[in-house]
Design a protein around this ligand. Structure first.
Ligand SMILES: *Cc1c(COP(=O)(O)O)cnc(C)c1O
Length: 479
């Protein structure tokens, strides 16, 4: 499988290459040159298989020759064997039509473990093969950071610098990052927003004083969902859940609590591969740039408003560029111009082709704090389920979509349950009166020592910190 950049001006890479590169050198994001297609019979043949086996089949065409089937099988059985639920991503029925897909049975209680546990293993495999080392710089609004740190802590060939907005992640989220004391883990709290942190990370990739390919001393890698491998791993649970609900003979709709547009883009990929997805509901909180883009073509970023769903407090969604590329006719040069225009103006109008391309599959609804709380209450009353606020934004959007007849009345609607409620227990308790307890597998999170640096919000300070604390200089980068 060959991968191309959304901006059309970066080298074509294979799966190993895109896994290690993260962002493309032209500032774009990598995508497969074409979507693999599964026939109905091929999809039907996946019914009843365990999660790891569905994972092998779904990932195989994307991985191409970069892993043998035995290597891929070993990775999938090991990674998904460590989840705390035997079904890995169990489906829970709420009422006749609404379902929850629980994606939080990994080590850090959010869906990001599903892809990042796999990505950590892929890094290890490919770096070992090449005799290289990788410095991961990432930005997190909470859940990516902890999942990425858990995925790479203690690895020999990887170090990680994780930036989070100081004071803007929950205590559980912060402690899941800062109590991992492995020497290859560096936590940084910056005085700024998630978008500031993400901008710094993107800038380091293009900075000749930092990144190897443009002249710097370090080989940088990405764990944000700009990394294609993460999206690939997320495609699996769309297949796995739809099969249980009758695919390929029955359509399924998904409601996806959305921030960086990675999770819902994986649903789009599943649909391109032949899974009968009726609709993808892009659920946002009041930071609703995506809802405006999808409903009216107006993609203009404002200030980030902090909410009870911090993992979705994002204005600029990196992966949306992948959708614009694929829906807009895959014209990298034109998209590069469009995105550079957006970077300058913080606003752009989608083209007609882009809007028409997404109309067939996407609708979008937003939930404010009141609606989010009401959805938590409804899940508890109607289905006996305590859900986290991010999941509640998804459920609220799912119910709105049904009410406004954006959906066929009989398809099952699966809301992705993206975090365990104990991760956001103050908001859950306020809405439902129930204080969810942390699962035993998390251990004594509040009894452990924390370690992190507090830095000013400017780019240069973050860069200096990375350069002076990295254990991998160019001299040792290819040991
Ligand atoms: C990351 C995250 C999201 C948003 O996912 P994207 O792939 O960035 O759209 C939603 N909910 C939770 C709990 C998350 O951690």
């Amino acid at each position: 499988m060959e991968y191309v950049s959304t901006r059309g001006n970066a080298p074509v890479l294979d799966f190993e290459g895109v896994t290690l590169a993260g962002l493309a050198s032209d500032g774009g994001l990598y995508l497969p040159r074409e979507w693999p297609r599964f026939s109905e019979d091929q999809i039907r043949a996946l019914r009843g298989k365990p999660y790891w086996a569905v994972a092998v089949e779904v990932m195989k065409p994307f991985v191409g020759d970069c892993l043998t089937e035995d290597e891929l099988t070993k990775l999938c059985t090991e990674v998904y064997g460590e989840f705390s639920h035997a079904a890995v991503t169990p489906l829970i029925q709420l009422d006749e039509q609404h379902w929850l897909l629980e994606l939080f049975h990994g080590p850090t209680l959010a869906f990001k473990d599903i892809a990042l546990q796999m990505l950590g293993r892929l890094f290890e495999t490919f770096l070992e093969r090449r005799g290289e080392r990788l410095t991961i710089v990432g930005a997190t609004s909470g859940d990516t950071g902890s999942a990425a740190i858990r995925a790479v802590a203690g690895l020999d060939r990887v170090e990680i610098f994780m930036l989070h907005p100081h004071g803007k992640v929950s205590d559980v989220q912060r402690r899941q990052m800062t109590t991992v004391l492995a020497p290859n883990v560096h936590n940084i709290a910056i005085d700024g927003s998630f978008d500031d942190a993400q901008r710094h990370v993107k800038r380091m990739f293009g900075d000749a004083a930092v990144n190897g390919p443009v002249g710097g001393p370090l080989q940088l890698g990405a764990v944000n969902s700009i990394n294609w491998s993460r999206l690939m791993a997320q495609v699996v649970y769309y297949f796995y859940s739809a099969l249980q609900l009758g695919a390929p003979d029955r359509k399924v709709a998904y409601s996806v609590p959305t921030g960086n547009f990675g999770d819902v883009f994986a649903g789009y990929v599943a649909a391109q591969m032949g899974l009968p997805v009726e609709t993808l509901i892009v659920a946002t909180n009041v930071n609703d740039i995506l809802r405006r883009a999808i409903t009216s073509g107006d993609y203009s970023a404002g200030e980030v408003t902090p909410t009870i769903t911090p993992s979705m407090d994002i204005q600029v969604s990196s992966n949306f560029e992948r959708l614009l590329f694929d829906c807009g006719g895959r014209d990298g040069a034109a998209l590069g111009d469009q995105m550079r225009g957006f970077d300058g103006a913080n606003a752009m109008q989608l083209s007609n082709a882009q809007r028409d391309g997404m109309k067939a599959l996407f609708v979008s609804y937003s939930a404010d704090q009141e609606q989010t709380s009401r959805a938590m209450q409804w899940a508890y009353q109607a289905g006996g389920q305590i859900i986290d606020p991010h999941t509640a934004v998804g459920l609220s959007a799912a119910r709105d979509a049904l009410e406004e007849a954006s959906l066929d009345e009989v398809v099952p609607i699966v809301t992705l349950a993206t975090a365990h409620p104990a991760k956001f227990r103050d908001a859950v308790e306020r809405a439902t009166g129930v204080r969810p307890s942390l699962p035993a597998r998390v251990g004594d999170l509040f009894g452990r020592e924390e370690s992190y640096a507090e830095l000013a919000g400017d780019y240069e300070t973050a860069r200096e910190f990375v350069l002076s604390n990295s254990a991998f200089s160019s001299a040792t980068a290819s040991a």
